[in-house]
Design a protein around this ligand. Structure first.
Ligand code: PLP
Length: 385
């Protein structure tokens, strides 16, 4: 059976050119970038070239890009440093953030290091911008706003410009988790004037174990990981040279081919929506998943009109990988807090949430197979009820 992969918001397959770049780097750039001999200098120059490439794709200075191991580390570095070194005593965030932001900000709140405020969300999981403005204006405390650019579960997009303006007017710092949008949307960070952003290479056909944090140069961070002083003293540890080279390659290609990728994936998403509406009566779209202006084009979050805790497993039996949108704990399926917050009350017990996430490697034929599988599962459920 052909295996079909529709879980690209979890991770993406490596692009063949990224693999080539990494293998070449493994063979030829094995020096330690901190060594002063030619092997070290060559590895160092690989890293600095990669930094320049990435920085130029975001229209920022190379020294504002700090390589890390992943999106989680980038977000941790930014949030923790803001509290520890930039005197932030108040954080405004939302209930829709990825766990690495949610857990980190919660810890800061629990330890009494910051006052933690959650911005309200409206119907369909949209940030309540008026509530954010009110919260920003309600205190003189040094504040960090951390809100994700795109939600990884339902795909809702944040109006970055609007939030940045509010932050600028009130003197707050603005961090946005851009893990799901880097390489998928044009992000001119200089023009957007955000203070901090994050990236994870494995979400854009790059390798796992490498990411970066964008840290605006005016800020005075200190390292979370101390040691040899790599990454301009902000993140010690011998650099992941192959990872950096692979990420830069993936990033470069993502920026170069962005329009083509976007139109291919949008076409797939549009096709999937049409097919779902035509073939699965009662299917619903979560958040703004079916609104192309307000949602990540790579993510389609749906609710099937029946409850099936094993839906992910059943799809897998048919060779299709999707994300179930709920996790099994103690034998009962628990819908994620993000989905719970956008579903009508009681809905989660009578429907099956599912996230279908696309990449450039998916095809319409694969969408047809997905729809057939869903049709068969739906029929079975409707016949039983
Ligand atoms: N932020 C968002 C929005 C994500 O989707 C993810 C990963 O799924 C992360 C952060 C964490 O990234 P990483 O897997 O690189 O730690």
């Amino acid at each position: 059976m052909k295996k079909i992969y529709f879980d690209n918001a979890a991770t993406t397959p490596l692009h063949p050119e990224v693999i080539e770049e990494m293998v070449d780097c493994m063979k030829n750039n094995y020096g330690n970038p901190s060594s002063t001999h030619v092997f070290g200098r060559e590895a160092k120059s690989k890293i600095e070239l990669a930094r320049k490439k990435i920085a130029s794709g975001l229209n920022v200075a190379a020294n504002e890009i700090i390589f890390t191991s992943c999106g989680t580390e980038s977000n941790n570095l930014i949030i923790r440093s803001c509290v520890e070194y930039l005197s932030v005593t108040r954080i405004i965030t939302s209930d829709l953030e990825h766990k690495c932001v949610k857990e980190t900000t919660s810890e800061m709140g629990r330890l009494g290091k910051v006052e933690l405020l959650k911005v309200k969300t409206c119907e369909r999981g949209e940030i309540d911008y008026d509530d954010l403005e009110q919260k920003l204006k309600s205190s003189d405390k040094k504040t960090l706003v951390t809100l994700m650019h795109a939600n990884n579960e339902i795909g809702n997009l944040l109006d970055l410009k609007r939030v940045q303006q509010m932050c600028e007017e009130t003197g707050a710092l603005f961090h946005t988790d851009t893990v799901q949008t880097m390489g998928h949307y044009p992000l001119d960070l200089k023009e957007l004037k955000v203070d901090f952003a994050s990236c994870s290479a494995h979400k854009l056909h790059g390798p796992k174990g490498i990411g970066f944090a964008y840290i605006k140069k005016s800020t005075g961070f200190h390292p979370q990981i101390t040691g040899g002083g790599q990454e301009r003293g902000l993140r010690s540890g011998t650099e992941n040279v192959y990872g950096v080279a692979g990420m830069a390659k993936a990033f470069e290609m993502a920026i170069r081919d962005m329009d083509e990728h976007k139109s291919h994936i949008e076409e797939l998403k549009r096709y999937a929506i049409e097919k779902l509406k035509a073939n699965i009566p009662g299917v619903e779209f979560n958040g703004f998943s079916d609104d192309f202006d307000k949602s990540l084009y790579t993510v389609l979050s749906i609710c099937l009109p029946f409850s099936d805790n094993l839906i992910g497993f059943e799809m897998e039996l048919q060779g299709i990988a999707v994300s179930q949108g709920s996790a099994c704990s103690s034998g009962a399926a628990q819908v994620s807090p993000v989905l719970e917050s956008v579903l009508e009350e009681g809905k989660s017990s009578v429907c099956s949430p599912m996230r279908i996430s696309f990449s450039i490697y998916n095809t319409k034929e694969e969408v047809d197979v997905l729809i057939d599988a869903l049709k068969n599962i739906s029929k079975k459920h409707l016949a039983v009820s």
